[in-house]
Design a protein around this ligand. Structure first.
Ligand SMILES: Nc1nc2c(ncn2[C@@H]2O[C@H](COP(=O)(O)OP(=O)(O)OP(=O)(O)O)[C@@H](O)[C@H]2O)c(=O)[nH]1
Ligand SMILES: [Mg+2]
Length: 212
């Protein structure tokens, strides 16, 4: 779907441990990754709106699951709180785990963008997160953030090395929310995810028609 574009984006709702998800309405793509890796910035960069998701230089900014409605409801992007924020109280770290695991196991997610910092070896928590993604069988794409922080000639190689160290096939998209490197590739990925979803839906419809 080469003509796919993000035309508009709006905040929809926030969900914590005691609130309900909005009614499922098609494709949901969530950003996961450690605190401060650039999840909220990625959403803003993709949507051309620096104020859409709240970002901060200090980790632990996003505390709830935030749902964003894209292209008037064509699909949703989901901003999750980051893990590995050591300064958070233990009780909060535990509720983070519960919040995320409940969402990952909800069956709602079409796709996960897992973010890793291009400069660093993935942490134990990154590896645990990746295992959860595999355990729940959720399709994923790895995105290596803050690519502007390393030299251009090393970017693809470093991104791929991060993926390999995580235990994944050795490929990640280098991304910079500062200069939009990787944006075209991620937008194309979203277009493909939407197209696959539509194809699967119409196949299901055909199978239902045959069964009836
Ligand atoms: N240089 C550079 N800085 C970035 C990039 N992406 C994010 N940042 C910075 O990294 C910091 C954290 O970004 P956020 O988007 O708030 O990170 P987050 O993953 O949402 O963090 P939590 O909400 O705490 O989980 C901010 O100061 C951003 O400006 C990038 O691609 N390049
Ligand atoms: Mg955030």
């Amino acid at each position: 779907m080469s003509d796919f574009r993000i035309k508009n984006a709006a905040f929809e709702t926030s969900v914590g441990l005691s609130s309900n998800y909005p009614e499922l309405n098609g494709v949901e793509i969530a950003m996961v990754g450690k605190s401060n890796v650039g999840k909220s910035s990625l959403i803003n960069s993709l949507c051309n709106n620096s104020k859409l998701a709240k970002t901060s230089a200090s980790p632990g900014k996003t505390r709830l699951i935030n749902f964003f409605k894209i292209n008037g409801g064509e699909f949703r992007l989901i901003d999750l709180p980051g893990y590995g924020f050591a300064k958070a109280p233990k009780s909060e770290q535990a509720s983070w785990g519960e919040l995320i695991e409940r969402y990952l196991s909800s069956g709602r997610l079409t796709h996960i963008f897992m973010l890793i910092d291009i400069r660093h070896e993935p942490t134990m928590e990154d590896k645990q997160m990746f295992k959860w993604i595999i355990y729940y069988g959720i399709p994923f794409t790895l995105i290596a953030t803050k690519s502007d922080k390393i030299s251009k000639s090393k970017r693809q190689q470093s991104a791929n090395l991060c993926a390999k160290q995580l235990g994944a096939p050795p490929f990640a998209i280098p991304y910079s929310s500062e200069n939009a490197e990787g944006k075209e590739a991620v937008i194309k990925r979203i277009g493909d995810i939407l197209e696959d979803y539509k194809n699967a839906e119409s196949e299901n419809q055909e199978n239902n028609n045959i069964d009836n």
